[in-house]
Design a protein around this ligand. Structure first.
Ligand code: CP
Ligand code: NVA
Length: 331
């Protein structure tokens, strides 16, 4: 498998075999890290990390992974560069492409990261757009495989706003890997119908299925993996909170949902999560709407079925695999 020079913009661009190769490479890199075996084979290279939205996991994962591979990093924060304000994406891409061997981009529309890739001349990695979060998918798939020993045939249910980056990305990765994906949400939060059609075609080839339902009881029964995400994503206006809480409260992942799935099911969340009032926004929403938790209850979040911190750790190993493979590292 040779992925050298490839961009990593969305999993629609990758075959099943390529995705599984990246997961195997990530598992190998994880084992090496645990054993203290250095893999700093990309010494002397540098990568730029552009964040037009905030981040904890993705930024730290890229920085630690790059440093483990021997590379230098430059972090461009949401306010600290010229991008978009004084300089176009195409110009930025052509500048950074002359200084760095790879560029990570987190921001808004998918077309921005695609444009960056078109002009950069070096691999570009999508660290989250409104439409897709592909590095998160690799971490989630590695976590599922570690916990349940397989991917093909797994029944994965995503509860919540299924039109945005996480819902879209789960649907794509399940379609590619022969998994059974269910989006469980009110109809207006179902993924875009063109993407559903594409994913149904892919699932037809892989042995997977794509289902959309508004019935949480039916969706959760017998699921292997229950996933959710915040109800209001980065970049969305404050004004949508009230409507989201009203619309999505019936889709909260709580004890009842996990009991329907069964005791062997696992719970995933890309994080950050609203499972208590210990954050600024959590306490604000608590005061405004009289709630103590949102997309997942604290009970489920803290339960043995929740593998969210293993999932968070796997961001680093999988992002390392993406950079190593696309930069042609001999690991
Ligand atoms: N899951 C995820 O992308 O987290 P951050 O926003 O902290 O990077
Ligand atoms: N849907 C969330 C994911 C955060 C990792 C957002 O875009 O804010």
């Amino acid at each position: 498998m040779n992925l050298q020079g490839r961009h990593f913009l969305k999993l629609l661009d990758y075959s099943r075999e390529e995705i599984l190769y990246l997961l195997d490479l990530a598992a190998d890199l994880k084992e090496k890290k645990k054993k203290g075996i250095a893999v700093d084979v990309l010494r002397g290279r540098n990568v730029a990390l552009i964040f037009e939205k905030t981040s904890t996991r993705t930024r730290c994962a890229f920085e630690v992974a790059a440093h483990d591979l021997g590379m230098g990093t430059t972090y461009l924060d949401p306010s600290g560069s010229q991008i978009g304000k004084k300089e176009s994406i195409a110009d930025t891409a052509r500048v950074l492409g002359r200084m760095y061997e790879g560029i990570e981009y987190r921001g808004f529309g998918q077309e921005i990261v695609e444009e960056l890739a078109k002009y950069a001349g070096v691999p570009v990695w999508n660290g989250l757009t409104d439409d897709f979060h592909p590095t998160q998918m690799l971490a989630d798939m590695l976590t599922i495989r570690e916990c349940l020993s397989r991917l093909s045939g797994i029944r994965l249910v995503y509860m919540g706003d299924a039109r945005f980056n996480m819902g879209n990305s789960y649907m794509v990765v399940c379609a590619k890997l022969g998994m059974h994906f269910t989006a469980c949400a009110p109809e207006k939060y179902f993924p875009d119908s063109a993407l559903v059609k594409t994913c149904r075609e892919l699932a037809g080839q892989s042995g997977g299925t794509i289902s959309l339902t508004s019935d949480p009881t039916q969706a959760a029964a017998g699921a292997d993996v229950i996933c959710t995400d915040v109800w209001v994503s980065m970049g969305e206006p404050d004004a949508v909170w009230e409507e989201r809480i009203r619309d999505l409260s019936p889709y909260q992942v709580n004890r009842h949902i996990m009991e329907l799935a069964g005791e062997r099911a696992i719970f995933l969340h890309c994080l950050p999560a609203f499972h208590d009032l210990k954050t600024k926004i959590g306490s604000e929403m608590g005061a405004r709407f009289g709630i103590t938790e949102m997309e997942v209850t604290d009970e489920v979040f803290e339960s043995a079925q929740s593998v969210v911190f293993q999932e968070a750790e796997n961001r680093m190993h999988t992002i390392k695999a993406v950079m190593a493979a696309t930069l042609g590292a001999k690991v």
